[in-house]
Design a protein. Structure first.
Lengths: 226, 226
DNA sequence: CAACTCTTTAAAGAATCTGTAAAAAAGAAT
DNA sequence: ATTCTTTTTTACAGATTCTTTAAAGAGTTG
């Protein structure tokens, strides 16, 4: 399920949000201030962020801006009453939706779901590639017999990305931007090497799925069975 | 490419927007009022809408609301100066972005692209030639059974070009200019060789489509069935 | 710190694609 | 029927792109 970052300095508000979201099967990460939230998002992927505007250290708007630079994720702002002016500001910064405190938690859940849908984010963190599965939460490969194995991070991310959109072409550019980050300076051939290792590692599953080279363009993952 | 609905009662604004968008390869549908726009969107699929707020009949906000109910499409609002209040209203209705007139067309294009990316929309340009299809995004041939195959780039481009305007004559000159670039120095016969390769590759689909030689002039692609 | 794994780089080796040139075939024209 | 023009076919060499390998660098762990 989707991982949601909840940033608010009031613990009871976070608790309230968490309760409702967890109930819907979402994974919730709580942070009390923008700084902690940013530090987390820099290392871990987050599918959606719910951010309170008024916060110590890094405030909601700045966090929003920073997150936007990290990744194209949907952001839901929470404002206190009487901050109308802030709405416009948020609008400009590219917030996707907002709620005014006090809000109905049910509406929060609805909006979260709508945003995930709008961003075409597939909530499940489990991907099935023929007889194996990839679990994004643990970065593990799960075999049919239930065996779980950890594989190198980059390899996992690459396979996971390709597997998230089977049959779709990914250019090396695109993969590097998505996995290594847009500021990556290195060689494009790095992708090739990881692809090679994945092919090697999963050679025995050739009849389940295969990474296909599209000459001059990139790679594509084909799945042959469920 | 993505199809964009432009709704504005001022013809010259529509014209301006159209010029820039078409230049980027988008397909543009112009409508002068909300009613016409809605009627269109109800029957034809649209990837993104650019809507002016002030319009006769059905105004921008109402159109926005109606479109939202039709389909989850990104909407870019265009406001005239001094309608600050409207921004908040639009925000609530779930507009995705906005621009204030007069705007820089280049920025419009940037925002359109950002929205399409955010919504994960990349309207692929598919061409159908009898029982096979060509996907420009991936440079691949898609067979009826769903099999996707990569063919050499130049061959693909040639077939794609011919297939984009079936039955229309293309001189070698024209093809070279379009595919190889106007600065291409090489021999015209190169086209012939690629045509030969295409004919060979798709020999089994002769009853679907065929590349016909027009002696002394060039080539033409005929399609025999849908 | 030494051993380990993971990641990246660099470069050689493979595979594939592309353009050329020339021979063969086909189509017009005389 | 012969000649001329244009297209098709063939084969190959050069160019481009991908794969593989090996080794260095970075980061971790005992």
């Amino acid at each position: 399920m989707a991982k949601i970052l909840v940033v608010d300095d009031e613990a009871h508000i976070r608790e309230l949000i968490r309760l409702y979201l967890v109930d819907e099967g979402f994974e919730v990460i709580e942070k009390a201030n923008g700084e902690d939230a940013l530090a987390y998002a820099e290392n871990q992927s987050v599918d959606l962020a719910i951010i309170d505007i008024m916060m110590p250290k890094l405030d909601g708007w700045d966090l929003c801006k920073e997150l936007r630079e990290l990744d194209e994720m949907p952001i839901l702002m929470v404002t206190s009453k009487g901050e109308a002016q802030d709405k416009i500001k948020g609008f400009k910064l590219g917030t996707d939706d907002y709620l005014v405190k006090p809000f109905d938690p049910v509406e929060l859940v609805l909006r979260v779901k709508a945003l995930l849908k709008r961003y075409r984010i597939d909530a499940s963190s489990l991907i099935k590639l023929g007889s194996i599965m990839l679990d994004r939460r643990t970065y593990q490969v799960i075999y049919k017999d239930g065996n779980q194995v950890t594989i190198p991070m980059k390899e996992f991310e690459l396979l996971y990305k390709l597997g998230s959109y089977t049959n779709q072409l990914f250019t090396r550019d695109h993969l590097i931007e998505q996995i290594w980050g847009m500021d990556y300076e290195g060689d494009e051939r790095t992708v090739d090497v990881h692809i090679k290792r994945l092919r090697e590692r999963f050679a025995e599953f050739e009849s389940d799925f295969k990474i296909v080279t599209i000459r001059g363009l990139g790679y594509r993952l084909e799945v042959y069975r469920d």
